[in-house]
Design a protein around this ligand. Sequence first.
Ligand SMILES: NC(=O)N[C@@H](CC(=O)O)C(=O)O
Ligand SMILES: [Zn+2]
Ligand SMILES: [Zn+2]
Length: 344
Amino acid sequence: MTTQLTIIRPDDWHLHLRDGETLKAVLPDTARQFARAIVMPNLRPPVTTAEAARAYYNRIKLALPAGVAFEPLMTLYLTDNMAAEEIVRARQDDVVQAVKLYPAGATTNSDSGVTSLAKCAAVLAEMEKQGMPLLIHGEVTDAEIDVFDREKVFIERHLQPLLKDFPGLKVVFEHITTKDAAEFVTQGPSNLAATITAHHLLMNRNAMFTGGIRPHHYCLPVLKRETHRQALVKAAISGSPRFFLGTDSAPHPKSAKEATCGCAGMYTAHAAIELYAEAFEAAGALDKLENFASVYGSDFYGLPRNTDTITLRKESWLVPESIPFADDVLVPLRAGQTIAWKLA
Ligand SMILES: NC(=O)N[C@@H](CC(=O)O)C(=O)O
Ligand SMILES: [Zn+2]
Ligand SMILES: [Zn+2]
């Protein structure tokens, strides 16, 4: 039995850091484990320009604890009226690594998102030309489509046509949750990749209803049935370089989660790599964790691999009930329960 594991320092290819005091509260958790993270732009207002991304980058750097080396990789929030020149400006500033597509209304702070991809043709063509990846929250938003089918329908309606129209565009299908998405990426072209969260590897939709409603297990895309979870595990441990780590750690104050209309998002940054280690161990594939967490993402983005390492020990520890979060608290995943691996 493996009781200790040393891997190249991982990167998080999908992360929400928020801003201001809440940024300060969560950033140390990520910076302790990860060398770099792709930082989502769904602030209020969203990060839609290279200039705003540079300013946000500077705020993150300033919020870092002294002596901690962590590199935020910035993203722009795609809107219907983004100009192609913004991509050129973004390419000139090396802090911006990608552009994020939120279908309008699909998730937290997505009201300024894209209403029709046709409106973004010039921007997408420029991204294809500049080698700038498009990161996608892949769910349709039609009220008639069942919430559990929104990812699958997005593939048919939007992702397939997009890949056909822009065959050279690098695309990351973010936080995939279904067998349909895992198979689509596996069979897709080499410019298509996907991130997978720890929580979608560890839990199925029953986790939202164990003994009552569990708001801290509600995120988007919503947890799916067990067959889908198994397909995600299979993809993550497959050794395919097109599946890599993206936590989608999405902090919301306790009061906003435990509410009549609770926010979507789980906080996992406090134990991210440990949670992935649990999932890979349960699948008998701890040897596949390093490439998934530390190699395939940087290769896909065309960035250098990290050179230092982290060590994980098989050692059970208790997750706190809550974590201070500006003037509220955060309830982390596994609050009051144990995790089997611990970062040394
Ligand atoms: N995943 C979530 O449930 N929420 C994310 C947004 C997102 O990634 O869709 C958030 O910003 O809170
Ligand atoms: Zn999302
Ligand atoms: Zn997210």
